[in-house]
Design a protein around this ligand. Sequence first.
Ligand code: ATP
Length: 320
Amino acid sequence: MNVIGVLTSGGDAPGMNAAIRAVVRTAKYYDMKVMGVRKGYEGLVHGDIFEMTARDVSDIMHQGGTILQTARSLEFKQIEGVRRAISTARYFGIEGIVVIGGDGSLKGARDLCTEGMPTVGIPGTIDNDIPYTEYTIGFDTAVNTAKEAVDKIRDTATSHERCNIIKVMGRSSGNIALNVGIATGAEAILIPEREIDFTRDILGPINAGKKRNKKHYIIILAEGVQDSDGLEKQIESETGIETRTTILGYVQRGGSPTVVDRVYASQMGSYAVELLKDGTGNRIIGVDKNRVFDIDIYEGLDMPRIIREDLIELSKILSI
Ligand code: ATP
């Protein structure tokens, strides 16, 4: 292939820029042309497409977000939208596409493949919730941002003898909560993958902490679990401990990407171009035992969800 397109789609994630940079630089290395598509599938359907030069990706590695912008496209979810996107891409001379995004975006990439456009998907989402890969771009930065916020909240919780509920992102996945909770020594980690028993999971650790003269209690709540208002009131009424909630929200999506995100994003972006250069589409890229690999897009997206029982178990042991 000589001309490829690149787009970012769905929620933005720190490290997407490093992936775009790697796509452009690797393509230039092989004398291929790269067409940047703005605003994800929306831009592909409507032709918001421009030729990218090596300069377009200078000085972007350290920036969060995505220079190509991202969007959610309802039109693309219909088969007519997919077909329109492909004819627009062909009009711009695009022979293969790199899609960087989360679960929904990779399903969109699969539709492009089915309709005849060779496409390679790169997992980019802070949630790290895509079963075929151990890692998704943005996760490390997001958990580090959340970890720093929790460390700061812990300082003030100690001064006031409070219980703090900290709600973190992750949609229907508890991966961010689980990792942040373990990294910050939270008393309780509440995730959607595990049914919550108030007495066992919340009162138990708080009462055990009281006996040891603990001065603060940190509860990490994944956004997919439950409304934090009700939880706050229930903890106050059953323990008498003043309880406050902090919702971290979009702060977790921002910030300069960590080394982990930059290196994986660079590897995956470059790998995607290597595949398309040789005419190989219909693949998605992932990480397995710290190595970047590719797998058939249909097979990869059909894999069942993995629940990190080992981390759940560890969190129970360490919170007693
Ligand atoms: P994140 O996990 O960070 O939110 P995402 O890629 O999962 O990212 P979505 O909003 O689910 O974000 O998807 C982004 C876009 O991908 C959608 O606007 C839509 O155009 C396309 N898309 C989503 N789901 C599908 C699907 N099942 N089939 C085809 N295309 C889809």
